[in-house]
Design a protein around this ligand. Structure first.
Ligand code: ADP
Ligand code: MG
Length: 705
């Protein structure tokens, strides 16, 4: 159980005064929440770190204040000069002075009573804001702060600047973080004093408060001591949790699973193609690993279109041959359904019984499905996060495949593993994105890897070209010709930074435009906000070739498989990361026909953007592209901007990330070797660390050991 001292941090952010349901909803938009957390908590407010500071420390007198700078001045209020009656455009001015000169405070559209209350004539006030000179007069327009001498403390000398959202002001966040900081309990130190001293790192509580209430500009910099310390804490929690997971894996009796190959050969016969050599190799590696008397944790890496699904199916068949069950989990519902549809006909021919469980299966059908699962009438269960639900019980789960894994957290991996029967489940993780080494380490620690190195035979490389949006009319003409010849087209609309709404608007607009040209029913629209059934209908119409063009936001990024689609148009391609473009492009080129990808870009293209798009036109090798992407964007950013939007790290995306990570890994190793039960004083403190960074899954494991 979480130490009760931490409870105030895990309460809803509504516990903070000033935060009601309305602001809570806004907070939810502004802060990053860990997967599975629906509502911002006090802790999430603390992890919402500033992006900079406004420095209000300059306290000049009026005569020496520098126009254009932010300053805090102490002045006496002399006189109010409201605008002439009927002239709403003229400002309301308040004349003030100190011993050195005069300063006007200027308010546009001011509410008179407000200004009068704030600035009574004859009183002294501290005002803080940008100094301006106007017609030889020093002035300050709409001061950020006006406080009396008794409230001087309310005026921050270094004011943190937070990422905001419409309706959520910096002042609200400052007030909220101040209260959240007060809720930080006295926490035992988990870092060795010598380690902290060598780096000049402050204690944990002080680090959190320095970042939110900086005394120095360096306090809010990701490279500064307080932030670095917190980053290290987060990485240590991550590495420690992984180390425990791994240890637990090794400690537990593995479960050898092997079959006689009878289902696999039936599937192979049902396949309309021959497996590639690397598919064969991967299947053999997985089967060997499953047969070994230890638990398996293996990664299957393969570029988009390399045919991972069949490999997964063959591996799942091994578990079924052995008389057990298997599960396949996908990150989205669309993908889960797609997998089910691909696998169903093959499974049927091989005599495998499959089930599908997503958030959408409810009520009686769900209950029935679960009872068939529990009795073993289902061999393979395919689904989404829904597989984690506590009432989902297998008769005997021996093998779990997790697709596009980096969208799931450590907890969830643990949860699925524990659904395995005696000896736990063997786990295979599949990913299409070549994952950089550091990322592998933060997600899995050490694990075995199988790679699909070639694409299925007969595939022609996708021809990729780029064109400016100036040429949209020509592009549409070409598309028209292609549609007439039976082609199907994906049309992906621009990703607009941090604004889902406008991304949607762009897709809707393009959909309307293309419908006007191609006619009703020919053009489908797919976006993340659609109801599940509407999504299915749209996908189905496209898969069945009833609709010819599918306009989509980036929801089609992962996994969708419509082999007849041979053209991919990506609007504003310059706004996508290379790896993401490659993923999108991988939606075509899935048959033996020639496929095309058109990268539409803004007429004015910067030099780097031009280089990146040119590179996309020149190569179709996902691993090369991923490396280039990493080189162009830097590892930290790739981590931070992980396309799922729910980055695993909230703090640790800082300069020096890799060094910190390696140190954390070594530290975790050392801790596990010297204090495997976390029994020492440091060990006890480390448990608190794990709870604070929500790696309790690891603590549970450790307790069970
Ligand atoms: P991904 O690795 O991107 O998940 P899929 O498993 O979705 O790739 O496979 C992409 C397409 O290639 C599917 O239509 C699948 O049936 C087909 N495919 C898989 N393996 C082969 C193969 N050896 N030969 C020909 N086609 C294959
Ligand atoms: Mg796939």
């Amino acid at each position: 159980m979480r130490p009760t001292a931490l409870n105030p941090l895990f309460a809803s952010a509504q516990a903070l005064s000033g935060i009601g349901p309305r602001l809570l909803a806004l907070l939810k938009k502004a802060v990053k929440l860990p997967p599975g957390v629906a509502e911002p908590r006090v802790l999430d407010v603390l992890w919402h770190l500033p992006t900079g500071v406004i420095d209000r420390r300059a306290e000049p007198d009026v005569a020496t204040a520098v126009p254009g700078t932010i300053a805090t001045l102490k002045v006496r209020v002399l006189k109010h000069r409201p605008p002439p009656r009927g002239n709403t455009r003229a400002p309301y001015k308040v004349s003030c002075e100190d011993d050195s000169g005069r300063l006007d405070l200027v308010f546009f559209h001011a509410e008179r009573s407000f200004v009068e209350r704030q600035l009574p004539v004859g009183e002294t006030r501290y005002v803080s804001g940008r100094i301006e000179r106007y017609n030889d007069m020093m002035q300050m327009t709409h001061p950020d702060y006006i406080v009396g001498p008794e409230n001087r403390g309310d005026l921050p000398s270094l004011e943190p600047v937070y990422p905001l959202t419409a309706g959520l002001s910096g002042k609200i966040l400052i007030k909220a973080t101040r209260q959240a900081l007060e809720r930080l309990p006295d926490i035992p130190e988990w870092q060795p004093p010598a380690w902290l001293a060598a780096r000049n790192w402050p204690p944990f509580v002080m680090a959190v408060s320095s970042v939110h209430r900086p005394q120095d500009v360096g306090d809010v910099s990701p490279g500064g001591a307080p932030w670095q310390r917190l980053a290290y804490d987060e990485l240590l929690a991550n590495q420690l949790a992984l180390a425990f997971v791994r240890e637990n894996y090794k400690a537990q009796r593995g479960r050898p699973v092997s079959g006689d190959g009878r289902l696999r050969s039936r599937i192979a016969q049902a396949l309309p193609f021959k497996l590639t050599p690397s598919q064969h190799a991967a299947i053999a590696e997985i089967a060997d690993d499953m047969a070994a008397p230890r638990r398996m944790l293996r990664l299957l890496q393969g570029d988009v279109g390399s045919g991972k699904t069949v490999v997964a199916l063959m591996a799942m068949a091994v578990a079924v041959e052995a008389g057990s069950q298997a599960a396949l989990m996908a990150p989205t519902e669309v993908l889960a359904r797609q997998h089910a549809e691909t696998i169903a006909p093959l499974a049927e021919k091989a005599g495998l019984r499959i089930g599908l469980l997503t958030g959408r299966e409810k009520g009686k059908p769900r209950t029935e499905l679960l009872s068939r699962l529990a009795s073993g009438e289902i061999d393979i269960l395919i689904g989404t996060h829904a597989l984690f639900q506590s009432d989902v019980a297998f008769r005997d789960l021996a093998f779990a495949v997790i697709d596009e894994q980096h969208r799931f957290g450590v907890h969830q991996r643990l949860a699925l593993q524990t659904k395995g029967g005696d000896g736990g489940a063997n786990v295979l993780v599949m990913t299409a994105t070549p994952i950089p080494r550091t990322l592998l380490m933060t997600h899995y620690g050490d694990l075995d890897v199988s790679k699909l190195t070639e694409k299925p035979a007969g595939r022609k490389p996708i021809k990729t070209t780029m064109a400016s949006t100036d040429r949209l009319v020509d592009v549409i003409e070409r598309i028209r010709a292609n549609v007439a010849e039976g082609a199907q087209i994906y049309w992906v609309c621009p990703l607009i930074e941090s604004s889902e709404k406008s991304e949607l608007a762009a897709a809707e607009e393009r959909h309307a435009h293309l419908t006007q040209i191609f006619g009703e029913g020919v053009v489908g629209l797919l976006h993340g906000g659609m109801a599940a059934t509407a999504k299915d209908k749209t996908m189905q119409a496209f898969a069945e070739n009833t609709s010819k063009i599918l306009v989509a936001t980036t929801v089609i990024e992962v996994g969708v498989n419509v082999p007849n689609a041979t053209i991919m148009v990506i609007e504003h391609a310059e706004r996508f990361g290379l790896a993401q473009l490659h993923q999108l492009r991988g939606r075509v080129g899935r048959s033996d026909r020639q496929s095309f990808c058109l990268l539409l870009h803004a007429p004015q293209l910067g030099e780097t953007a031009e280089k990146r798009l040119t590179m996309m036109c020149e190569t179709d090798d996902g691993f090369k592209i991923a490396e280039k992407d990493l080189e162009l964007r830097g590892g930290g950013e790739v981590l931070g901007a992980r396309q799922s939007g729910d980055a695993e790290f909230r703090i640790a995306d800082v300069p020096g990330f890799e060094t910190l990570l390696e140190a954390a890994r070594d530290d975790a190793k050392m801790i596990l070797a010297t204090d495997p039960r976390l029994a020492s004083a440091r060990g006890q403190a480390l448990k608190v660390l794990l709870y604070i960074f929500e790696q309790d899954g690891a603590v549970q494991l450790f307790r069970a050991a």
